[in-house]
Design a protein around this ligand. Structure first.
Ligand SMILES: [Zn+2]
Length: 272
């Protein structure tokens, strides 16, 4: 068992290629979250060889015009859950558990939000997402824990998180074991201190889920020149592990390799 606040988790996208064992072992992380959509038996064998705590993430909903309140969306989610559980992970992570909409740059005028349709017309979207989660969680094998990735804004600042995207963290934080707010602070134009501020915010909502902020390792989206320094990544980590956080996750280990940061970031992670 790792002590509270100290868990270190690598998100594996398999964006370019496979990892070598030494690339995975270098930071002495406690576990991984691997992307289901690129996972296979050989990659899973490597993960089992290198880590005791193993998570799998998947895109929960098809997106586009498919309404999360439709049967198509529910069937899509159940298929993902069943495929993930076949690997017998310790935890599965629901990504994109929400109505469609581009949250990454809230200054943009057209956020591409899902328009009302026959399934969601006049209904409370956060209740619909909660109901979907509750129904779908019944398909998770009993020994597997669950988590979700949270759009990282405060509901009092951005009411559209719950009203339009349907992510009410107070409600979802009661039904999942873990919540991982996507605190890519530079991408959303926040200071690094926002990382711990946001963990505190979630904690004060009184949720039962443990909080594991996920932080960025390079500037995103990909078309941006990467100006995120290792020094700033160290600040991110210090912010992310402040209590009441249970640890820190990194998006993504592929990106650390892409930007030649794996050695200095690993060296820092081994030291904390
Ligand atoms: Zn709809």
């Amino acid at each position: 068992m790792v002590k509270r606040g100290s868990m270190k988790i690598l998100f594996l996208e398999y964006k370019f290629r496979d990892f070598t064992d030494s690339e995975l072992l270098l930071p002495k992380a406690d576990g991984v979250i691997a992307a289901l959509e690129r996972l296979n038996r050989s990659r899973w064998s490597q993960i089992k060889r290198c880590f005791s705590w193993k998570g799998i993430s998947f895109t929960s909903l098809p997106g586009g015009d498919v309404c999360p309140a439709s049967d198509v969306a529910f069937d899509f989610l159940i298929t993902k859950i069943k495929s993930a559980c076949k690997y017998k992970p310790d935890i599965i992570w629901f990504d994109h558990l929400r109505f469609e909409g581009h949250w990454e740059d809230p200054s943009k005028e057209n956020l591409g939000f899902h328009k009302e349709c026959q399934y969601c017309k006049g209904r409370d979207r956060s209740q619909l997402i909660l109901a979907l989660a509750n129904r779908a969680l019944g398909a998770v094998t009993s020994q597997t824990k669950t988590g979700y990735f949270a759009v990282p804004f405060k509901m009092e600042d951005c009411s559209w998180i719950a009203d339009v995207l349907g992510q009410d963290h107070k409600k979802l934080g009661e039904v999942f074991d873990s919540v991982s707010p996507m605190l890519y602070h530079r991408m959303i134009g926040k200071p690094v201190s926002y990382i711990s501020e946001y963990s505190q915010y979630l904690f004060k909502l009184g949720i039962k889920a443990e909080i594991i902020p996920i932080v960025q390792l390079k500037d995103m989206p990909d078309y941006l020149e990467d100006k995120l320094t290792v020094n700033e990544i160290q600040k991110e980590v210090r912010e992310a592990v402040k209590l009441p956080s249970a640890g820190v996750a990194f998006f993504s280990w592929d990106q650390a390799i892409e930007k030649n940061k794996i050695v200095p970031v690993s060296s820092f992670l081994r030291s904390i």
